[in-house]
Design a protein. Structure first.
Length: 287
């Protein structure tokens, strides 16, 4: 027994995965199961556009086997500095250990490409695809394949888990969409919630920001009120975004305000994301 124990093949260590956002961390857990250890950098209550390149982020990336980023410019203000400080060639751009999620998806056109480009500019498309469970389902398959390249002996395990996650995401999206009356309308603070249009029968009518990344102005809010007067809708904004502009529309249009989470908790698994989907749908009468 002692000799048999001594000759037992060593077990592969779990993949050390660092995800820039809670949604990517959730997907890594859903696909990787007990074969991954996941660290999420961005808190769920912060705008991922505006983070600092903290030493703790660099330390986490230094130990990573796989780095997951949303891409399409979402983390461009801080992730390059984190990568430089981490000094981990295995997760640099272009390496197998660097997974840029936006490269695997077709993205919505970003409103930053129209009008004066003085705020955020996302030439590759709208980077907030974590709001769309259908794209997250597609992403699960791509992530499973990448994990399988890093742990070839677990490739089938990752693919099986990704197929199960994708099926659950699609089924839940269909169920929620069926509960919502058609043509519900809303104004968002930023283009982050545009992807609700991709899987729910809802329509975005405008934004509290006059230009993406620029806070609401009185002139712009008055124009919104004039354009939307006599219509029914809702005002949605992320919990970390200011509510003053939303309050202006509520006073002048009588629309309800909904402060919503854009990300699941940092330690969320697939169930946490499905619950967040239900919260988004509940704003429109579903959920």
């Amino acid at each position: 027994m002692v000799l048999a124990s001594a000759w037992t093949a060593p077990q592969a260590q779990p993949l050390e995965v660092v995800a820039t956002t809670p949604s990517l961390g959730m997907l890594a857990r859903a696909v990787g199961g007990d074969q991954v250890r996941v660290r999420v950098l961005a808190p769920d209550d912060r705008d991922p556009h505006y983070l600092d390149a903290r030493p703790s982020y660099m330390a986490a990336v230094r130990r990573a086997d796989l780095l997951l980023e949303m891409g399409a410019g979402l983390e461009e203000g801080w992730l390059p500095a984190v990568l430089s400080g981490a000094a981990n060639p295995a997760v640099n751009e272009g390496r197998r250990g660097h997974f840029r999620a936006s490269d695997t998806l077709s993205l919505r056109r970003s409103v930053t490409m129209d009008g004066p480009n003085v705020g955020h500019v996302h030439a590759e498309g709208n980077p907030h695809f974590n709001i769309d469970p259908l794209r997250m389902a597609v992403l699960a398959d791509a992530l499973a394949k990448r994990m399988g390249q890093l742990r070839t002996e677990k490739a089938d395990y990752f693919l099986a888990r990704s197929e199960d996650a994708a099926q659950r995401l699609r089924q839940h999206a269909r169920a929620l969409a069926d509960r919502i009356p058609a043509d519900r309308q809303f104004v968002a603070y930023h283009e982050d919630l545009d992807y609700l249009e991709e899987w729910l029968p809802v329509k975005v009518l405008g934004y509290l920001e006059p230009v993406p990344g620029v806070p609401p102005t009185a002139r712009h809010l008055r124009r919104l009120v004039r354009d939307l007067e006599g219509r029914e809708g809702r005002v949605l904004h992320a919990r970390y975004q200011p509510s003053r502009g939303a309050g202006f529309l509520q006073r002048h249009l009588g629309w309800d305000i909904h402060a919503v989470s854009l990300e699941p908790p940092v330690d969320a698994d697939l169930e946490g994301y499905l619950e967040l989907m239900s919260q988004w749908a509940a704003v429109f009468g579903g959920g």
